[in-house]
Design a protein around this ligand. Structure first.
Ligand code: MN
Length: 315
């Protein structure tokens, strides 16, 4: 678990305006959420707790490994959010307290809607490719949906756009007139952008939404200006499109959505509105109430950290 309050203060790298609206770049930071992997965390930021309904952005890998289990995140609880597991390489096996199981692979989304309570485990399966590279993202549920019953869905057939210059895998929400069938509860977009050599890719954006952009591999320019790697590039609202260019193959992720107007609290694996809700969820997990058990996982479950006012984010 990593204490966000102990992380270095993100600072702006680039503040000059570009056509459309200002881009502000915030360095991502290393974090150790447990489970055997270190991650680069782009969200939450002090300046932006959310981008649309997206409230958490972890990037891990690329890793290669032999016999060891690269990822082993023991059973732990969630409330008030959806977890979005999207891989560029390798495999992750999900098991949860509903008895659902799902194997995330490149192009195949694992989407867990925690609602009022769920517990899950995520681990490298026994039969694996020896590689792992991907994202763990969270979407905050709006107040009217956050007490809903939990669910888990695995999606294989997601839209692939070819806007010129490469391919776009639309794993959540809407982009360029296409829509992912993955179940969402707020207007949003989540997409992987894969660029060819000497690519120039134009994508329309919804100007009422805010967007952000994270480079995964390679070098990418936005509206002709090189973007700093290892940062979250916040694009704001009032932008009706972006033009991205690369010399060599590259990969990035675009997230966005309607600005999320409800203030949220993130503590450990919980997204809530009040400290009392967080404390109640923590107590229910520790007392084996509400969340159920992940019967398919062989091993002990995680213990909640002690409650404090400091935000602590997990997985
Ligand atoms: Mn989790």
């Amino acid at each position: 678990m990593s204490k966000l309050a102990a992380s270095p203060e993100p600072k702006s790298l680039e503040t000059q305006p570009v056509p459309g609206s200002k881009v502000v770049s915030y360095p991502a930071r290393d974090a150790d959420p447990g489970g055997g992997i270190t991650v680069v965390r782009a969200l939450p930021l002090r300046q932006h707790r959310l981008v649309g309904p997206w409230c958490f952005f972890d990037h891990y890998g690329p890793l290669t490994f032999g016999n060891r289990k690269a990822m082993d995140v023991a059973p732990h609880p969630h409330i008030g959010l959806q977890t979005v597991s999207w891989l560029f390489d390798g495999e992750i096996l999900h098991n949860d307290s509903l008895g659902c199981t799902g194997m995330a692979r490149p192009g195949e989304l694992n989407l867990m809607t925690a609602g009022q309570a769920i517990a899950h485990a995520e681990e490298t399966p026994a039969r694996n490719s020896g590689k792992l590279h991907g994202l763990q993202l969270w979407v905050a549920l709006p107040d009217r949906e956050r007490q809903r019953a939990p669910s888990f869905d695995h999606y294989k057939d997601l839209p692939v756009l070819e806007p010129g210059g490469g391919r776009v895998h639309l794993f959540m929400g809407e982009l360029a007139g296409q829509r992912s069938k993955a179940r969402a509860f707020s207007p949003l977009v989540g997409a992987e952008l894969k660029f060819e050599t000497n690519a120039r890719m134009r994508l329309p954006l919804n100007p009422a939404w805010e967007h952000a952009f994270v480079i995964i591999d390679g070098k990418i320019s936005l509206d002709g200006k090189p973007l700093v790697p290892g940062a979250l590039h916040y694009l704001g609202t009032q932008r009706s499109g972006i033009e991205l260019s690369t010399k060599d193959p590259a990969r990035a992720v675009l997230i966005g959505g309607a600005p999320f107007e409800e203030p949220i609290i993130i503590w450990w694996n919980f997204v809530a509105r009040t400290a009392e809700e967080i404390q109640a969820a923590r107590e229910d997990w520790e007392q084996h109430r509400r969340f159920g058990e992940v019967k398919a996982y062989k091993g002990a479950r995680l213990t909640a950290p002690s409650f404090s006012a400091r935000p602590i984010a997990g997985h």
